[in-house]
Design a protein around this ligand. Sequence first.
Ligand SMILES: Cc1cc2nc3c(=O)[nH]c(=O)nc-3n(C[C@H](O)[C@H](O)[C@H](O)COP(=O)(O)OP(=O)(O)OC[C@H]3O[C@@H](n4cnc5c(N)ncnc54)[C@H](O)[C@@H]3O)c2cc1C
Ligand code: FES
Length: 266
Amino acid sequence: MLNNPVKPYPHKILEILPQTETEWTFRVANDLPIQHGQFMQISLPKVGEAPFSISGFGDGYVDFTIRKVGKVTNELFNLKKGDFIFLRGCYGNGWPVEQFEGKNVVIVAGGTGVSPVKSLIHMFYENSDYAKEIYLILGFKNSRSILFADELAEWKAAKHFHAVYTLDNEEREGWNKGLVTDFLKTVPFDSFGGNYACIVVGPPVMMKFTGLGLLATGVSEDKIWMSFERKMSCAIGKCGHCRIDETYVCLDGPVFNYTVAKKLVD
Ligand SMILES: Cc1cc2nc3c(=O)[nH]c(=O)nc-3n(C[C@H](O)[C@H](O)[C@H](O)COP(=O)(O)OP(=O)(O)OC[C@H]3O[C@@H](n4cnc5c(N)ncnc54)[C@H](O)[C@@H]3O)c2cc1C
Ligand code: FES
């Protein structure tokens, strides 16, 4: 149990599930309550600390899907099942799940942006009555960067899901070719009678153009939710690293309604 919010505690790696060459899911022992869309700080002694979204959770475990990009993540990729990492958190507001109840939910995510929304998609998958229809538009650079292949197939087969999967610039059977923004027009917004919500997660440029694309199809700002990965240090509102004007991404986010998010998009 993590009883001090700023103190990292050791947690055992239960499983390492490679997704791609440079993105692995680390399943770590956990007994803390978690909300969809939250993140934790992972640290390794004498190496450093970084924030990572929770890509899944269940009885006794939490998943992080991590891209190997630098100091901390390089060391994480040297670890194996049974080793310990240090965690503090959970942090952040998470997705406003109650806002999605009974609605058509449109989820547009790209690359590692699928991680922060994966547990929420899984909740919709398992609870077909919670929302109405789920529209997924998920994009990856190419076939070597596809994450969560097994889950993607399950979601696509679900009756209440409408899944469009796309690769930026590669032809592949069962996949579209193009950017996620190319497929926003496939969503039948006109048939929703205003009863819908949109979720957007991905690299900053993708979030910017997806937000603009949704507005261009007539979606109103207050129906769009975005999650941000902003440089963080303390994650508890003390250091100011994540601050943009009066907004602390670590405390007020990482999930924001577009009415606020539009001021945070670079
Ligand atoms: C809320 C939140 C959620 C996040 N969720 C995830 C997640 O689920 N999965 C995930 O993989 N990441 C996630 N991130 C991003 C992750 O925290 C960063 O990638 C983190 O910096 C990695 O730490 P590192 O020490 O390995 O990399 P660092 O060493 O800090 O490197 C980070 C970046 O800097 C670049 N860099 C490193 N060294 C140099 C150098 N000498 N010169 C120039 N550039 C350099 C690297 O290429 C890399 O792009 C999240 C971030 C936030 C804020
Ligand atoms: S990360 Fe320190 S204030 Fe947000």
